[in-house]
Design a protein around this ligand. Structure first.
Ligand code: ADP
Length: 340
């Protein structure tokens, strides 16, 4: 049982780089909070401050209501899973998992019970005698998680744990981590730059940009109501289409709006009329069939857009299309990129 609360946390590195510029996040007990954002936005720094591996310049980190700013990493009762799982190559799976407990002087039979129980949960029971080099990537990742789980900590911290795995395995492990985190009910903070991983894992999604939180909320709320053009273009693949209004002849534009946006799946091709919505003449420039759907890359007077259509696209490069978007599917942003 644990909550994690960050209050106005800042980090200025030696040399003056302000990596985190004042972040406040409250993570409820048992929740999985995902920090997502482009490289360099400060997410690893934030995670390392929660872990105690990096000092906090100002602000506070509290675990279970107690401020831990000056408490060392070993005393914070957290466990971390990294991308390079850093297993001990000369130790077998059992010893890799038992290592942390032995270091803490946990009694032998208690260690044995916990390691075997965890190995069962992670389907590693038949691999306990193997060395890391005798395991697949996914199995190694599971051992790394096992090492965190046996310690039975208050909080798990994950730093891009899946980025060394291939796409298929990443998908499988994503589901495993999600199920495991739910069933163990341990409060977790998970860092990734992968928006799909973030969307599918998070209870709370925190989108970061340049050391600040751009938006925090339930993943689908963030997808449906992005707070800024930054979030709109970061969450969703392909990203939201964003067009500057001064290049469109658009009546009924929202007051103070500078940019109009719509998701690739929200446009209709060659529909009768857009009504109060947006109508665009588009020229097909490229087509990407990905199986169940196709992406159409098009040029319009307002700029390039991408459309998402089911199945095989009937269009060819050079075709001219009439694209319309219902008014209810439009997103409006002001000069500064903030949602209106
Ligand atoms: P992310 O995890 O989102 O990629 P980081 O937290 O690693 O971002 O980095 C945020 C910013 O802080 C970057 O500008 C990075 O160059 C800088 N930074 C990270 N670590 C250090 C360090 N030890 N010393 C100085 N600057 C750092």
């Amino acid at each position: 049982m644990a909550t994690v609360e960050l209050k106005d946390v800042r980090k200025v590195y030696h040399g003056g780089v302000e990596a985190v510029k004042g972040v406040s996040i409250a993570i409820p007990d048992r929740a999985l909070c995902v920090l997502v954002g482009p490289s360099g936005c400060g997410k690893s720094t934030l995670l390392r401050m929660i872990a105690g591996l990096e000092s906090i310049t100002t602000g506070s980190v509290a675990i279970d209501g107690a401020v831990v700013n000056t408490i060392g990493p070993a005393e914070r009762d957290i466990a971390m899973v990294f991308q390079n799982y850093a297993l001990y190559p000369h130790m077998n799976v059992y010893d890799n998992m038992a290592y942390g407990l032995r270091n803490r002087g946990t009694p032998r039979d208690e260690i044995d019970r916990r390691v075997r129980e965890t190995a069962k949960t992670l389907e590693l029971a038949h691999l306990l005698e193997r060395r890391p080099r005798e395991l697949s990537g996914g199995q190694r990742q599971r051992v790394a998680m096992g090492r965190a789980i046996v310690r039975n900590p208050k909080v798990y911290l994950f730093d891009e744990p899946l980025s060394n795995l291939d796409a298929k395995l990443r998908g499988q492990m994503r589901v495993e981590i999600r199920n495991l985190q739910r069933s163990l009910g341990v409060t977790s903070v998970y860092v990734t730059h992968d928006q799909l991983e973030a969307m599918t894992l998070a209870d709370t999604l925190v989108v970061m940009n340049a050391g600040l939180v751009e938006q925090a909320g339930a993943p689908l709320d963030v997808y449906e109501k992005p707070a800024s053009t930054f979030v709109a273009s970061f969450i969703g693949a392909p990203p939201m289409n964003l067009l500057p209004l001064d290049r469109l002849e658009k009546a009924n534009a929202r007051q103070a709006a500078a940019t109009i946006g719509f998701r690739p799946e929200d446009a209709e091709v060659d529909a009768a009329s857009a009504g109060n919505g947006l109508a665009l003449d588009a020229t097909v420039e490229g087509i990407e069939p990905v199986g169940a759907e196709s992406f159409l890359y098009c040029g319009t007077p307002g700029g390039r857009i991408v459309l998402r259509v089911p199945g095989r696209a009937a269009a060819q490069p050079g075709d001219r299309l009439h694209v319309s978007v219902d008014a209810s599917k439009l997103h409006w942003f002001d000069e500064g990129g903030k949602r209106i």
